[in-house]
Design a protein around this ligand. Structure first.
Ligand SMILES: *[C@@H]1O[C@H](CO)[C@@H](O)[C@H](O)[C@H]1NC(C)=O
Ligand SMILES: *[C@@H]1O[C@H](CO)[C@@H](O)[C@H](O)[C@H]1NC(C)=O
Ligand SMILES: *[C@@H]1O[C@H](CO)[C@@H](O)[C@H](O)[C@H]1NC(C)=O
Ligand SMILES: *[C@@H]1O[C@H](CO)[C@@H](O)[C@H](O)[C@H]1NC(C)=O
Ligand SMILES: *[C@@H]1O[C@H](CO)[C@@H](O)[C@H](O)[C@H]1NC(C)=O
Ligand SMILES: *[C@@H]1O[C@H](CO)[C@@H](O)[C@H](O)[C@H]1NC(C)=O
Ligand SMILES: *[C@@H]1O[C@H](CO)[C@@H](O)[C@H](O)[C@H]1NC(C)=O
Ligand SMILES: *[C@@H]1O[C@H](CO)[C@@H](O)[C@H](O)[C@H]1NC(C)=O
Length: 308
């Protein structure tokens, strides 16, 4: 039956799209049948980046004459040729693909997320009706940006919220916190509040972020980081007072500045008083006693005047 359809296609003088589609379906079905030999059971894995290009390795025996080379995604025709026939006019190859007949390779350009998937090269040589099928799995990815870390501390610095965020990646990947603390005490020290992976409606790339809360009762936590897949943030620390004052003009900053100023004034006054005290000490101790006596005498005179 299958051979009959193929034969019919070969003979058809006006090969229209209907028969062409039949052809594709036959090719797909023979891919699993005895007529065809699949090069390998597991698909060949290839990888491309969004906006980049890939070459599908449809290994072809260059010693033999290729009658037919169809590159498909399931039953969807992507690109290819028939050596002895024109393709039906309705068959449009994907415009971001190109088949180089001399090397029998398929190039795909301007990759985007929707190009990820399983593809097949169907190859038929002129000396046989058997079809060789090569399965190739394309995964398209985009690198997430290096996560940014934003820390904000509340309750007078008793607990801190840390948000890590990264954008423009594919596929969807969770933001993770790498907190190197003892498992037993970790639940008391920190917890993840939320995670979000938001796809961009236009290009389907994801923004990934997560917020965690840290308990500052146990002091500073150092050498923390966030990661989205392989991309890791700079290390950071929480619950250290330097970090708590990162936001300018926060109440903590103002209090700290005022306290610093007061301490400064006190130090200056202390130094001045000490200097003065020393100066007086070097002068006659008598003199000081005299001034005191003078004041007392003056007071006595005042009270005498008031009472009289
Ligand atoms: C395909 O991408 C590679 C790097 O990813 C680049 O060097 C090459 O020029 C690209 N080829 C074409 C035809 O765009
Ligand atoms: C096909 O590939 C060969 C070898 O890489 C190259 O020389 C030739 O220009 C390519 N042809 C087309 C049409 O791209
Ligand atoms: C994406 O990350 C990989 C692995 O780190 C790197 O080889 C590649 O150049 C990066 N691509 C871009 C577009 O930065
Ligand atoms: C964690 O707690 C378990 C029992 O609750 C204990 O056996 C283990 O030694 C503790 N680990 C550390 C690192 O303290
Ligand atoms: C914060 O840590 C302290 C000391 O380990 C603990 O007593 C307290 O319950 C923790 N607070 C929270 C909200 O987990
Ligand atoms: C995650 O939780 C923080 C703190 O409650 C909040 O500010 C932020 O909006 C939340 N993010 C998402 C995506 O829900
Ligand atoms: C993703 O993040 C980028 C940079 O922060 C922003 O411009 C864009 O609007 C975000 N997209 C979505 C869907 O939230
Ligand atoms: C990917 O590119 C194809 C054209 O090559 C286009 O039809 C499709 O809409 C694009 N998909 C996305 C998600 O951008």
């Amino acid at each position: 039956m299958k051979i009959h359809i193929c034969f019919f296609f070969e003979q058809a003088s006006n090969c229209n799209l209907k028969y062409f589609q039949l052809w594709l379906l036959v090719l797909v079905s023979t891919g699993m049948g005895t007529f065809s030999s699949s090069e390998s059971a597991a698909p060949i894995q290839i990888h491309g980046e969004i906006g980049g290009n890939v070459t599908f390795p449809c290994s072809v025996d260059n010693q033999r004459t290729v009658r037919l080379f169809y590159f498909q995604r399931g039953s969807t025709f992507v690109n290819g040729y028939h050596a002895f026939k024109d393709m039906p006019h309705d068959t449009k190859p994907w415009e971001n693909t190109e088949v180089n007949r001399s090397e029998n390779m398929v190039h795909m350009y301007r990759l985007n997320t929707s190009h990820s998937g399983d593809y097949q090269c169907h190859i038929q040589y002129s000396d046989t009706k058997n079809t060789v099928t090569i399965d190739i799995r394309l995964s398209v990815t985009a690198n997430y940006s290096k996560p940014t870390v934003i820390t904000s501390c509340e309750d007078g610095g008793l607990s801190c919220l840390v948000t890590c965020a990264s954008h423009g990646g594919y596929p969807q990947t969770k933001m993770k916190f790498d907190v190197n603390v003892n498992r037993n005490s970790s639940s008391r020290m920190w917890r993840v509040l939320n995670n979000s992976e938001v796809p961009d409606p236009a290009n389907k790339m994801f923004n990934s972020s997560s917020t965690a809360q840290f308990n500052c009762s146990n002091g500073e936590l150092k050498f923390l980081s966030c990661s989205v897949g392989e991309i890791i943030s700079d290390t950071f620390s929480v619950c250290n007072h330097v970090h708590n004052t990162v936001t300018p003009y926060s109440p903590y900053v103002i209090v700290a500045v005022v306290v610093c100023l007061m301490v400064g004034v006190l130090i200056v006054m202390g130094v001045w008083l000490r200097h003065k005290y020393k100066k007086r000490q070097t002068g006659a101790v008598e003199g000081r006693v005299n001034t005191c006596t003078e004041e007392v005498t003056f007071l006595n005179e005042l009270t005498r005047k008031e009472t009289s």
